[in-house]
Design a protein around this ligand. Structure first.
Ligand SMILES: NC(=O)c1ccc[n+]([C@@H]2O[C@H](COP(=O)([O-])OP(=O)(O)OC[C@H]3O[C@@H](n4cnc5c(N)ncnc54)[C@H](OP(=O)(O)O)[C@@H]3O)[C@@H](O)[C@H]2O)c1
Length: 224
């Protein structure tokens, strides 16, 4: 698949770009500045080839061009920027693209703590995005740390809860998540459940602080 990471120059987007490119997808790192996108793509190709993925495909483009021919568009910008970013890209999004929201409404968006969330009007960041676009929105990857994603020497020992009101889009993103070694995708139900999933990220940030770690994640038991 062809994947575009809006804000893919940042920690989370870059980590996802590495993992998806390693899995054989065509990845485009998006940025507000083409120059930054190109540099990040160059760095990604370097890291991937150091790890034996010489055939991995990573391009860098300005966000609007990055999304224009993508099958899946992942939003990896800070929450405070997500509404403006999506409004700015709306016309460039292909009609049949799936939009994956990775953003978390941490209280940092209003100068507060990363261990707390705020509640957007629609209930979650993902539902906010869905209110702005016609394409199906899927919530995923909020509980996976960038630290783990970026370390290609390790498996990402984490469940990824995937929520959407569109079952086909949800299945596609669940399969995509499981292309990352160690990840198990969990059907998280409707998009409204993103409210719960997003708040788990704030809990994980607090756990990382208390235990002096960087990559604490979640695993559900009793499913299989
Ligand atoms: N970091 C993690 O471990 C983690 C884990 C789970 C979820 N998340 C979520 O994933 C999202 C990205 O996290 P991150 O740590 O990668 O964030 P980040 O590094 O702070 O930002 C990501 C990218 O967003 C773009 N950006 C910054 N300000 C912007 C603005 N005002 N308008 C448009 N684009 C802007 C920047 O790209 P350009 O300057 O190149 O445009 C930046 O490189 C957040 O919503 C976060 O809550 C992060």
């Amino acid at each position: 698949m062809r994947l575009a990471l809006v804000g893919g120059t940042g920690d989370q987007g870059f980590g996802l770009a590495l993992r998806f490119a390693a899995a054989g997808h065509e990845v485009v790192i998006g940025s507000r500045e083409e120059e930054r996108a190109l540099k990040a793509a160059e760095r990604a190709v370097e890291i991937l080839s150091e790890h034996g993925y010489e055939d991995a495909t990573v391009e860098g483009r300005e966000n609007e061009k990055a999304v224009s021919d993508a099958d899946v568009v992942l939003l990896t910008v800070p929450f405070f920027a997500v509404i403006e970013t999506v409004r700015g890209l709306r016309d460039a999004l292909p009609d049949d693209a799936i939009i994956v929201d990775v953003t978390v409404p941490l209280e940092t968006a209003i100068g507060g703590r990363p261990t707390r969330t705020i509640t957007p009007w629609e209930g979650s960041a993902a539902e906010t995005v869905q209110s702005l676009v016609e394409q199906p929105v899927v919530s995923a990857f909020e509980n996976v740390s960038a630290e783990l994603l970026r370390d290609l020497d390790r498996e990402v020992e984490c469940d990824v809860v995937v929520c959407s009101d569109d079952e086909d889009a949800k299945r596609t993103v669940m399969e995509l998540a499981e292309d990352i070694p160690g990840v198990r995708a969990i059907d998280g139900g409707p998009l409204a459940n993103a409210r719960i999933v997003e708040s788990i990220t704030a809990l994980l940030i607090g756990l990382n602080q208390r235990y002096g770690k960087k990559g604490i994640g979640i695993r559900f038991t009793g499913i299989e």
